[in-house]
Design a protein around this ligand. Sequence first.
Ligand code: ZN
Length: 390
Amino acid sequence: MKIKWKQVRIGAHLYRLEIENGLFTKVEQDNTRLAMGEKGWNADGLLYMPTLSDMHCHLDKHFIGEMWKSRKAIDSLPNHLRREKELLTSLQGSVLERARTLLNLMLSCGTTNIRTHVDIDPMIGLKHLEAVLQVKEEFKGKMEFEIVAFPQQGLLRSGSSEVMREAMRLGADLVGAVDPGGLDHKIEACLDEVFGLATTFNKGVDIHLHDPGHLGVYTIDRMIDCAEQANLQGQVAVGHAYCLGQITEAESMELGMRLREQGVSIISNVPIDRPMPNVPKLATLGVDVRLGTDNILDSWSPFGDGDMLKRTSRLAERFGWIEDKQLLDSYQFTTKKSLVPKVGDLADFLLVSAMNLEHAVAAAPPREFVVVGGKPVYERDETVSLKPAY
Ligand SMILES: [Zn+2]
């Protein structure tokens, strides 16, 4: 069945988009609206944007839809982990319900591709993973998923190796861990276990790394060695990697070259309260850098809203990208899709009210439509979406 969108703004002109089997079959300049009885949608001049990826989130940890939880600054990671356990067990909604809620929120922001970490430990077992695998089925065709089995309490510290093995058998896509030095206190042993699991089950690796300065740098260096030894080029990621923002530029560049050579990615949540990796320098070196939202109203932070366009905007603002090219280049960190649709591309896109793509990344306007496979999966408000664009 052919799906039509008319008056979609791309650059300075209006276009007609035609879609069959989820792919664009026609992208043509056309000012006209749908004729009487013609099926499809009029975009009325709203701006075309590609859908976005959130490469670091936790579907099982947020408190959206729950009663307010007061937070206190906590002095150490182990104390925080204890507090998080208490808060998570006090929630009313099930993991399944909360994962659904967050996925719908993300979809309404235009995210159609996520990598979620899912807590795994001997107490939780596979309960969170089972729920997330269920929502993955429910959102098939709307949201692409990668699932990281995540021993939040420390892989070795919590004795989670066996349950991690079960998680990989059940369908997790990547092996996770957290601070092999700062939390597990055994960098080599932790990495041996992580990469051993990845090799056994033929999966990727994605490790949360908050460890600062040279402790973090040493861990990344060892991760790169492990990626090389296990032949996992292109399948290993370091989450956060705050340490890369705490060393000299020369050290950071040296490590950047190694990251690129072994295809080890950096995934940042773009913190505004601490140092972070130098994204423009790493990207110039050819390192794969991606972004994620991470904390969304959870035990760690009352902030976060799951909006990847806002996160892209924050990245641009944090690095002072004000020129047009810089603003446009910032999309490379949140979408691999083309900024301009072409025949044969997947018809997954957003429509927003903005002057152009540069303005859209700076202003992060509300999403009027989110479209997957040519069909709207979210529409903000008919009366708003019918307003002319700027
Ligand atoms: Zn995280």
